[in-house]
Each structure stands twice: as structure tokens, then as C-alpha cells.
Design a protein around this ligand. Sequence first.
Ligand SMILES: [Zn+2]
Length: 295
Amino acid sequence: MKKIKKIAITGGTHGNELTGIYLINKFLKNPTLVKRDSFKTFLMHTNVKAIKQGTRYVQRDLNRTFTQKELENKSLKTYEDILAKKINKELGPKGSKNPNIDFIMDLHSTTANMGLSLGVNLKDKLSLQVATYVKEHIPELKIYSWRGELKDASFVSSISPSGFTIEVGSISQGILRADIFFKTEKLIQTILDFFELYNTNSLKKTCSQIDIYCNAKIIDFPKDKNGNIEAMVHPNLQENGYLKLKKGDPLFVSLNGNNIYYEDITEVYPIFVNEAAYYEKGIAMFFTEKKTIKI
Ligand SMILES: [Zn+2]
């Protein structure tokens, strides 16, 4: 078992998600809070310009710029593309056998009611082990996963060999909420505790399986021929992340009040429901399927 020597806590990847930005501020002022004996903890505000502006990004979404292909593409010149290469040098480089950071947790918040969530890669076994430990200590935690290989992942957390995105909500963009702030802080502390136990071979046997909401699939808003949204998220789903959706359940309601129903026979669990940041892409939510994964 390889010890984890360097952990990075990153925030402000989206400049209008204040929880992570202010937690980093707090930790920078009180480094002992995130200090443990067996590893070093690095703190970083990733998209400083977007944080100053109070916007999600400056030219493009930083958390979509870290695929291996894009990091290697020198012709990409937006502020975020250049920033991604700089962050990759500091925390990566991605795919390296000897990276500067062993594990990244990137702090986000969402306007969707997803409680405390971890976004993991199913091939990242260490992350799944962390998630299992945290779930035992914080039972309300939910874990979702994206498709694909690590090299094709575009997230900040994909630079290091292991890592995940922390999403906490619901919270509006551009504000702090004390309950969300302290819940996220407790989650971070629990993760750091895991690594201290992991490095010192002191972990008690954790449960060997975990429920994961897998393979998020994009669901767009219904739109008219001009691209205007024609229907809203149905009230049953609003503030109700990870709600089981089965054939015949209402999904959207039109501006005229007519329900649009979910018609597939596969049961799904919507996440990022009515996330404000996804309106620019016309995305209403992601569908996931619940799977029990053996660790
Ligand atoms: Zn975010």
C-alpha cells in the first residue's frame, strides 16, 4: 500500500461557489485545522480571477479543461486553458507516476438539493475506500460517478492519481450559508482523518460495499424551435435530489401547466436537478442509476 504524502484541498474552481472559497480562507488562516502527522496538506484557490469577479468562470468552465488532450493542446488560449496548464504543473502533472499531489479534493457547491455528495471515478479504488469510510461516519453522504477513463476526465480532481469533487447543496450562487459551510468542513475533516488512519495502517475494516449513483446522463430541458425552454422541472423533483424516478412519474411541467412524464422502464435517480449553472447549456438534470459496488 502506497502512503498518501501530499493532499490538496482546492476551492474556487467556480468563482461564485463561496463555501469552498471561504473554507480555504479559514484553513489558510488556521493551517493546523487541516494538518495531520502523516501527510502534507496544500490549499489552493484555483480560479482566482473568477473568484474576484464573483462569476463561475472568466472565459470557459475551468472544471472542463483538464482532459489529457486539452492539457497537451498548446493552441487553446483562453484564460482558463492557460490556468489549467499552470495548475496541472503545480498539482500534477496529470498521468505522472510521480505527481506533486497524491490526492485532490475539489470543493464545489450546487443550487440543487444534493446534500453532501462526492463525485468519484469508479476506477479510482482509493476514492471509493475514502467514500466508504466517510459514509460510515456521515450516513447522509451520497456518492455519484461519471463515465469514462481518468485521462478523459475534465475535472481539477482528475490531475492527481486519486481524488474527487465535493458537491454540497442546495445553496444559491454567490452566498455563504453557515449550515452548508460547517457540514462541508466536517466532511473535509473526516476525509483527512481517513488518510491519517490509512497511512498509519490503523483503519478498522470498513463495510465492503457501497451504493453509488452511476453514469450520469444529461437530460435537457424541453425547448421550442427557437431554443427557448418550454417546460420547467416538475415540483416533485425540486429540492429532491436522488429521488427515485420510475415510468409514469412527472418529470417536467410546461409553462401552461401540463405535466411531462418520465417514460422509460429503467428506474433512475436525478441529480443536479435545476442547477443554475447548467441553464447556459440547457441542461435540466442528470439521470443516474443506483448500483451497489463491492469495494
Ligand atoms: Zn462547481
